[in-house]
Design a protein around this ligand. Sequence first.
Ligand code: SF4
Length: 448
Amino acid sequence: MKKLIVNVGNVTIGQGGIVVVQTMCNTPTTDIEASFRQCVELSNAGAQIIRLTTQGLKEVSALKVIKEKLRAQGILTPLVADVHFSYEVAHEAAKIADKVRINPGNFAKEHDVAVREFARLTDICKEHSTAVRIGVNHGSLGNRIVEKYGNTPSGMKEAAMEWIKMAEDNNFDQIIISLKASNTIVMTEAYSLLYDEMLKNGVIYPLHLGVTEAGNGDEGRIKSAVGLSALLSKGIGDTIRVSLTESPLNEIPAADFIAKFFKKSDRYIAVSEKIKNGDLNFQYNTATWDDFILEATCEIGPHLLEKRLDDFSIDALVAGQAVSAKLVDNFKDNLMQAARRRFSKPEFIACPGCGRTLFNLESVFNEVKRRTAHLKGYNIAVMGCIVNGPGEMADADYGYVGEGRGKVSIYRGKTPVFRSVPESDAIDILLELIESDAHNRVSPPQNG
Ligand code: SF4
């Protein structure tokens, strides 16, 4: 069995036991000063790789300047260009960035064009020592794959295998694969299927893990930690992003905690033994609340997700103080929902935002959460842009999608019901649509 390592600038990915932490800027890449400053902050906070949205050639030029400014300050953190819908942009970005992320679902419209232009991309990458992430997303699988395999974990695995084969046909092995989904079961199944297939084929490419559109706060951290820990506990995964609808700076400590947790796996093994022996009672003593929810999720989450455990009780001390039963219950509800074992509130799907986002995503998301908190059983999405948002909110019943400055589209499933709604009215209109559908017995299209 051959385990490949991939060099992304000065960072090596795929060395067993080392999990690289990465994040993404949420500044417009063309705002060079803001992006540069955020890269410096993220790098200082411990980000080992930083991605920037690169939607056009203007952004490629800006990326070049940002990289030069960082290098001039001695900051060597590798930069990744995030490219959708344009192989031409991917080709140019590959001459500048340390890695280019492409999405097989939107790299090119026709498959033969995708094959030809991906070969061209790998040639450019060979010449410039650039790596490629083949970034498959559950929400944006190409039509050809969906028609053949369905919008399923095996469809995601097949999409990745097709592009791995395309890279191999061009003698290019500097690839990293991701199969992200917002649903933790879909996400973990997809990665597990791909890992098994790579094992069967005898060549293991590094995997970039992430639960996409995980949201924010405790829910976002817990959902990410469930998906990541279920895979990292089996030794699957080489680099991670904890994707939060918050400042990207907040992603680093959470990702760092998870990456380090599985280095000292003794405790995970001890907890697994306890569960095998029927003990349900877990104790925690941590310095911070976030450490508590992340540690407990990394230990208990995989067992809930994989149904080796149905219920549990917790005693926790945080900063020396006993955690109240109410807070423990709230944590339990979040963990049960993240592991998709018991749903006690709406399921929220929210992208982290990036340079394409033209509104205050975090505050809008918090307001949507507050006003829809009673809608248990619904999947509600808040997405930062109209270009990728509708495609990425795969499981949403209803969606609030930023359209441009001050304008929003309101979706029922994949259908825009109201377009160009002023931002000030958008949450009211979203709620009115949900209520009138409930009144008229129009079922949410993908409820559950
Ligand atoms: S959906 Fe969100 S994260 Fe994705 S490109 Fe749009 S704004 Fe950026």
